[in-house]
Design a protein around this ligand. Structure first.
Ligand SMILES: [Zn+2]
Length: 309
């Protein structure tokens, strides 16, 4: 099955200042990886900036306007301690959203089956009216709504294996009409301290992993809860919030996973996509802050995406 990479070099211009974990080097190591076999033969597409209508699928107008007005003409602005803004941030953020939307277009116009969006800033913590946790716009939720509105996709499953709870996507899915299934697995307790299974409902399922869980507990959780739920739901499209900060070397997470675990979970999601979604998978980069671990994990994730036909 054809896998396409969606990325734009403007992602390198979102400057977060000194010693910030969510930094341009993250994208640089992915670009280095993409220049090596077997990934150097994958088509690479540059997404256009998202339109205002796309942003409005997840965010209120006041918030979008505030973000644009906050962008400094030079230097780096610390916006609330978690989100940094620089002159390149606006274009970078718009093209991150644009990547997901173009990937949806290409998937449903049969130009590709699988998509990996190598973008920053990440998106899964972004709320309708607030930036949070390095995230400005909710790239994956916007892409899901675009798939529903433009292509009439009935059932979309979003799986989030970032070490942190995808609270923004959780919130948006919960407030929506039940036509999206969101499943997040994350370390708990850990920032943002939300996403407890006590609050689960049909369309939002959170599953928690204690610190230092490791491969066995992670895989058991997916085999027990996540894969059966996705299979029962029978999605027409599987989307992945692919954060790699659950890796054992990550400075922000503590779940002790390895790149093999990311390959394993991706292969299983590909198998599920092959059953009901004609193989369609859209994966969106979220976290992952140790550069070597990120490179190794993205490599594992892509290997599974391109080989699980
Ligand atoms: Zn994370």
């Amino acid at each position: 099955m054809k896998t396409t990479i969606y990325t734009h070099e403007s992602g390198l211009t979102h400057d977060t200042g000194e010693a910030h974990p969510e930094r341009a080097d993250r994208l640089r190591v992915i670009y280095d990886l993409l220049d090596t076999p077997p990934f150097d033969t994958l088509p690479r597409v540059k997404p256009p900036p998202a339109e205002m209508d796309h942003l409005l699928l997840a965010h209120i107008p006041d918030y979008i306007e505030t973000v644009e007005n906050m962008i400094p003409p030079m230097g780096v602005v610390d916006w609330g301690g978690e989100v940094m803004l620089s002159p390149g941030t606006w274009e970078s953020a718009l093209r991150a959203v644009g990547a997901g939307c173009l990937a949806v277009d290409d998937i449903f116009q049969n130009k590709t089956t699988r998509a990996f969006c190598a973008v920053r800033p990440p998106g899964h913590h972004a709320l309708p009216d607030r930036a949070m946790g390095f995230c400005l716009f909710n790239n994956i939720f916007i892409a899901a709504r675009h798939a529903q509105i433009s292509y009439g996709v009935k059932k979309i499953a979003i799986i989030d294996f970032d070490v942190h709870h995808g609270n923004g996507t959780d919130h948006m899915t919960r407030s929506h009409d039940g036509s999206i299934l969101f499943i997040s697995t994350h370390q708990y307790p850990l920032w943002p301290m939300s996403g407890h299974p006590d609050d689960n409902e049909d369309s939002v399922q959170n599953w928690i992993l204690p610190p230092e869980s490791g491969s066995e507990i992670f895989r058991k959780l997916y085999e027990t809860h996540v894969f059966p739920a996705v299979k029962d739901y029978a999605p027409d499209l599987i989307m992945i919030s692919a954060g790699f900060d659950a890796h054992q070397d990550d400075p922000l997470g503590g779940l002790n996973l390895t790149a093999d675990d990311f390959e394993w979970v991706t292969r299983h999601l590909c198998t599920l996509a092959n059953l009901t979604a004609q193989g369609r998978i859209l994966s969106m980069l979220e976290g992952g802050y140790d550069l070597n671990a990120l490179r190794e994990s993205v490599s594992a994730h892509l290997r599974a995406l391109i080989s699980s036909g």
